[in-house]
Design a protein around this ligand. Structure first.
Ligand code: ZN
Length: 327
């Protein structure tokens, strides 16, 4: 077990880390993270990073009785917990999405912000939380986790300009020396998704610092459709990618996995490199992650991407208390 800062120091060439290790992070800032999780991690001697959305801390616009307090954060900081930023109000940061606007004394309204209004709002979500955490806790904040993993190049640019060294999403992938610092994946461990935990543990065992792991191919190299970060209006999308630029592929080795569906019978055309799958069973979640793996010689290749499904298009699911759905 190493800290997130160890990983970044390794990337900067400042220190070494063991070939097999993992980083533990918690998002949002619930008091259970202080009361339940932290004592266990302390006992085990495992380092911890918290990604906090500042209005979700007790007393903030969204900080209710289950929220962590600034005093608890300060105590954790004093004991070596790394505290990093996760926006101000925990919303989809991409322009064009409905945004909950909090005006003092007024009713909360959802609206689409554009142009300078959107830019102002984005600044407040990306830049201000870093300043606030740094000022209130006297720490250095160099990491940013994106709510729901939804972002685009503009959001990345603003985060870079704000001084964040690394940005984190929530699609699971092993972190290597070459993982892009503006989209570092994490396995979102949830009690009702034991498979994700299993996969994550397997990756620790097999990635050996990236040397024997699958070569992770960025979405840009496989021309995915729906594109990475895009939102579609159907819960039955046609999923496509192209492997022609990633090397000579063993046709029998091509596998596509879709979140919520698992392994799907995708077809692969060796002539064009196209992998396609028409979803036939409505996707139920608001985001969909596709994992494509294949073998090229004795090398394993792996690509991940994530797209969104417009609200209303997804199959209805039983309502559940929203805090538990956050990542
Ligand atoms: Zn979150």
């Amino acid at each position: 077990m190493n800290s997130l800062q160890d990983y970044l120091a390794w990337r900067r060439g400042e220190k070494n880390i063991p070939p097999r290790c993992a980083v533990i992070t918690f998002d949002d800032g619930w008091k259970s993270q202080y009361e339940v999780a932290w004592p266990i991690l302390k006992k085990l001697g495992y380092p911890l990073t918290l990604f906090i959305y500042t209005e979700g801390v007790r007393g903030g616009l969204l900080g209710g009785g289950e929220a962590i307090t600034w005093e608890q954060l300060a105590e954790m900081r004093d004991n070596g917990v790394d505290i990093e930023a996760h926006t101000a109000t925990h919303q989809d940061l991409r322009e064009g999405h409905a945004i909950m606007v909090f005006a003092p004394g007024a009713k909360r309204t959802k609206t689409k912000l554009t142009g300078p209004e959107y830019e102002q709002w984005l600044q407040n979500e990306v830049v201000a939380p870093k300043q606030l955490l740094e000022q209130r806790l006297a720490v250095k904040v160099n990491c940013f986790a994106v709510p729901f993993g939804n972002y685009n190049d503009h959001v990345k640019e603003m985060a870079r300009n704000a001084g964040y060294e690394a940005m984190f999403t929530v699609y699971g992938q092993p972190l290597t020396f070459n993982s892009p610092l503006d989209s570092l994946g994490r396995y979102a461990i949830e009690a009702n998704k034991p498979k994700v935990f299993e996969d994550a543990i397997k990756m620790i065992g097999s990635s050996a610092g990236g040397a024997t792991a699958a070569a992770v191919v960025g979405p840009a190299d496989i021309a995915p459709h729906p594109a990475d970060g895009d939102t579609v209006r159907t819960a039955l999308p046609l999923i496509k990618a192209n492997l022609s630029s990633v090397g000579q592929i063993d046709p029998a080795s091509v596998q596509m996995r879709v979140s919520g569906l698992g392994l799907v019978p995708a077809s692969y055309d060796p002539k064009t490199g196209a992998v396609t799958y028409q979803v036939t069973q409505k996707l139920r979640e608001k985001t969909c992650t596709v994992i494509l793996t294949a073998k090229s010689g004795d090398k394993k290749i792996e690509a991940h991407w994530t797209f969104g499904i417009e609200e209303g298009a997804a199959a209805p699911v039983a309502p559940s208390p929203s805090p538990a759905k956050k990542k």
